[in-house]
Each structure stands twice: as structure tokens, then as C-alpha cells.
Design a protein around this ligand. Structure first.
Ligand code: NAG
Ligand code: NAG
Ligand code: NAG
Ligand code: NAG
Ligand code: NAG
Ligand code: NAG
Length: 381
């Protein structure tokens, strides 16, 4: 007995050496790769900084937005939640309030009259822990103490694992609330430009095609991109239609007078910043296909989520720098409407719309397990 007690500290020390957090490469990034993909990450926001996939000529193209300067992510005033994990409750909470079991909670108004991405202590602003690293996968974890996102009570543990296999990038998240019922809803918030801003004719996203065969329905939103409660159905070729045919450009409705204000902002938000429902998709079906003829790259999304937010980068104002892997001598900045964020998630503000039947999915408590899974498969046109 005595002997084993004495031996314990030695064992513990040995274990802690083995379990030491993995270190990044000399460039400060964690790199994972497979035959078709190289993906790089940083702990800040569990952020994907670079994603190299093959274009139609077999060349590597970095298809996601980001910065070369890793120190810039935390100080970037625009903070577009570049390819990170916002949480614990993604997207908007209408009027900064929600109710669980007859108790009303007040959250922080950081987006006009609403809460966006859980307010100013959101997960995309935290330095996550790296808990596992292999050649083709990395796991980050976050511990979110009660009320550190104001108005969201109970401690929450979250984890994301990114892995690559062949030409597919997989993303799996798990989370649990340890001691209270709390809002819990996550997404992976990646911004794409499949031409890496190298198309000399246009850096705008409008010439990418978008196909969402199961997403005829969408949440109608007000001027602040908050769902009104109404669910719309897009008629073929109308402004919010990306379901009726596979080759519709993201800019197919550019000549529609409503396009200039289709995502609110007092009529100043052009394009898209809204939620499309995924209805009756067979298991493992491709639910979103984004493609560009210039690079010949096609990106196919599969997800276990019931919908997806499409945001066409209206609020990018031309100040953010492009990475050195992107752009041309002339194109060095992220200009308006030059990218698209595609975010698989549950119904936006479903916590305030019991009529949608999402409360069980968006509120989680002790003993329950939240999970989220998506993948992107890259190919050529
Ligand atoms: C809701 O309130 C009831 C009555 O106070 C309580 O029994 C129940 O445990 C509460 N449920 C949750 C999920 O907190
Ligand atoms: C919530 O309030 C309603 C209306 O006052 C009441 O009928 C219900 O029992 C309450 N539920 C809980 C869990 O306390
Ligand atoms: C997230 O938190 C940071 C740091 O507190 C804050 O500056 C930022 O505005 C927040 N983001 C959003 C979208 O609220
Ligand atoms: C990282 O792990 C340390 C040690 O367990 C913990 O104190 C810290 O809160 C963790 N950081 C995050 C962001 O969860
Ligand atoms: C949560 O934090 C806010 C300030 O950020 C405070 O006003 C509120 O009382 C806190 N709530 C609880 C239950 O501690
Ligand atoms: C966009 O695509 C259309 C159809 O292929 C083509 O006619 C047009 O030239 C393209 N525009 C730009 C700016 O690349």
C-alpha cells in the first residue's frame, strides 16, 4: 500500500508529460492533411486559417478567407467570425431575451436590438485548448463558465474535431451543459471564395453557383436579419430560389430591384444573410453545392442540421487584407460581396419561436448531449 502511494506522484508526472498539449508548426498553425486537402488551424476561436484544395488543373488553391498575420485575428475590429466556432448560441436572439421554464433571461444587445453569436464574450473570441492532434485530425475544447456570455447560465463544455480524409473535410462538435438548462446551438462559420480572389474578371461572389435542392423554404427576416416567424417558399427563379435548378448563380437575381436590400440594413444589405430550411433530405445527401467555373472547384456540404445560413459578405468593407495565398497584384483586399459564409445550424432564433418545435434542440441541460456534424467534399467541375 505504502509503496503504491509513494509511486503515485511519479506516475502522475509521467502522464502529464505524455498528455502535454500538442504544439503548432513554426508558422504558429496546426496543419492536418490528406491526399486532396491541407487544412490549417489556430486555437483562437478554433479557427480554420487556410484550406488548400485542388483546382481543375490540380493546383492547390486556398479557398477560405483569413489573415497571414495570426496576431491580427484577436484585434481585428471587424471580427467577421472568420471560419471559427461561435457559441454557445449562434446567430441571433431576438431583442436579447429568451425564456426557459417561465424564467426570462436577458442577453447582451450587440447587434442593433438583438444579440448576435452570444454577445461580446462569444466562443469565437476565446483561445481554445488543443486536446488532440494527429496527421489528419485536430480537436479543440472550450470551457464556458456560467454567465460568461451574459444571460446564459450554467457551465458548458464544448469540443470540435476537424479531420480530413481524401478530398473531404469533416467537422464534428459535441457540447454539454453541466448544471442548468441553457441555450446551446453551434455552427462552423467558414467564408469561401473558391477562386481565391484570383479571377481577373471579378472578385465578387455572384458568379459562383449555389444549389440547395432541399431548400425551397426560408425564414422571412426583418431589417435586422431577425426572423419574423413567417416561413417563405421561394418560387422558381425568384430572388431566394437556389433549389429549382443546379446552375443558378449566387447573383442570379442581381437585376431584381429587391436584391439591393434583400438582407435588410435599411435597404443597404445586398444579396443574402438569411436562413434556408433543409426539408426532407435523404440521409447523407449533398444539401449545398457551391461551385465556380473559374477555378473549376465544387464544394459539397452534407450535414445533420435542419438548415443553413447563407451570408454573401455585404458588410465586408474593403479594409481587410487578403492572405498572400490569395488575390492578384490588383486584388489585395476583401471587398463587399466577395465571399460567402455557409453555416449549417438550427433555426435562427428558434428559442423564441416555440411554434417551430425547435426548443428541445436549442435548449440543453444536465444529462443531455448536444452534437453537430457536417462535412465538405471538394471536387472539380
Ligand atoms: C421546470 O419547472 C418545473 C417546476 O418548477 C420543474 O419541476 C422542472 O424541473 C423544470 N424543468 C426544467 C427543465 O428546468
Ligand atoms: C409556467 O406558467 C404557466 C402560466 O402561468 C403555468 O401554467 C405553468 O404551469 C408554468 N410552468 C412551470 C414549469 O412553472
Ligand atoms: C465577441 O466578443 C468580442 C470580445 O468580447 C467582442 O468584441 C465582439 O463584438 C463579439 N462579437 C460579436 C459578434 O458580438
Ligand atoms: C484550457 O484548459 C485550462 C486547464 O484545464 C482551463 O483552465 C482553461 O479554462 C481552458 N480554456 C478554455 C478556453 O476552455
Ligand atoms: C450575469 O452577468 C450580468 C453582467 O454581465 C449581471 O448583470 C447578471 O446579474 C448576471 N446574472 C447572474 C444570474 O449572475
Ligand atoms: C459570369 O458568368 C457568366 C456566364 O458564364 C459570364 O457570361 C460572365 O462573363 C461572367 N462574369 C464575370 C465577371 O466573370
Amino acid at each position: 500500500m505504502r509503496c503504491s502511494v509513494i509511486a503515485l506522484p511519479v506516475l502522475a508526472a509521467a502522464t502529464s508529460v505524455v498528455a502535454r498539449a500538442p504544439s503548432p508548426g513554426e508558422d504558429g498553425k496546426y496543419t492536418i492533411s490528406s491526399k486532396g486537402i491541407k487544412a490549417q488551424f489556430i486555437p483562437y476561436g478554433a479557427t480554420l486559417t487556410n484550406l488548400f484544395v485542388k483546382d481543375k488543373n490540380g493546383e492547390d488553391v486556398d479557398v477560405v478567407l483569413g489573415y497571414d498575420d495570426l496576431d491580427y485575428y484577436p484585434v481585428d475590429k471587424g471580427h467577421p467570425v472568420y471560419n471559427s466556432i461561435p457559441g454557445r448560441y449562434v446567430n441571433r436572439i431576438g431583442k436579447g431575451t429568451y425564456t426557459i421554464n417561465n424564467t426570462t433571461y436577458i442577453t447582451e444587445l450587440n447587434d442593433g436590438t438583438n444579440t448576435l453569436h452570444s454577445g461580446t464574450n462569444n466562443w469565437s473570441y476565446r483561445v481554445w485548448n488543443v486536446t488532440d492532434l494527429t496527421e489528419d485530425s485536430i480537436t479543440f475544447s472550450v470551457y464556458d463558465a456560467s454567465n460568461s456570455s451574459r444571460g446564459m447560465l450554467g457551465d458548458v463544455e464544448g469540443e470540435v474535431t476537424y479531420s480530413v480524409k481524401g478530398s473531404t473535410w469533416n467537422i464534428k462538435m459535441n457540447a454539454k451543459s453541466l448544471d442548468e438548462k441553457t441555450p446551446l446551438m453551434l455552427t462552423q462559420h467558414t467564408y469561401f471564395n473558391l477562386d481565391a480572389y484570383k479571377n481577373p474578371d471579378t472578385v465578387k461572389i455572384w458568379n459562383h453557383t449555389l444549389y440547395m435542392p432541399y431548400s425551397q423554404r426560408y425564414l422571412v427576416a426583418d431589417d435586422g436579419a431577425l426572423p419574423t416567424g413567417e416561413i417563405g417558399t421561394a418560387a422558381p427563379l425568384s430572388i431566394n430560389d437556389f433549389a429549382s435548378q443546379p446552375d443558378l448563380y449566387l447573383g442570379h437575381a442581381q437585376n431584381d430591384p429587391r436584391f439591393a436590400g434583400n438582407c435588410g440594413g435599411g435597404g443597404a444589405c445586398e444579396g443574402y444573410n438569411g436562413y434556408f430550411l433543409i426539408d426532407d433530405a435523404p440521409k447523407d445527401a449533398v444539401v449545398v453545392s457551391l461551385a465556380s467555373a473559374f477555378s473549376g472547384i465544387k464544394a459539397d456540404l452534407r450535414t445533420d442540421q435542419p438548415g443553413v445560413v447563407i451570408y454573401s459578405c455585404n458588410w465586408m468593407d474593403g479594409t481587410p487584407d487578403l492572405k498572400s495565398t490569395q488575390g492578384t497584384a490588383e486584388n489585395r483586399k476583401v471587398v463587399r460581396s466577395s465571399c460567402v459564409a455557409i453555416e449549417a445550424q438550427d433555426y435562427v432564433d428558434g428559442i423564441n419561436h416555440p411554434e417551430w418545435g425547435r426548443l428541445d434542440k436549442q435548449i440543453s441541460g444536465p444529462g443531455q448531449k448536444y452534437s453537430w456534424e457536417s462535412s465538405w467534399t471538394f471536387g472539380n467541375l
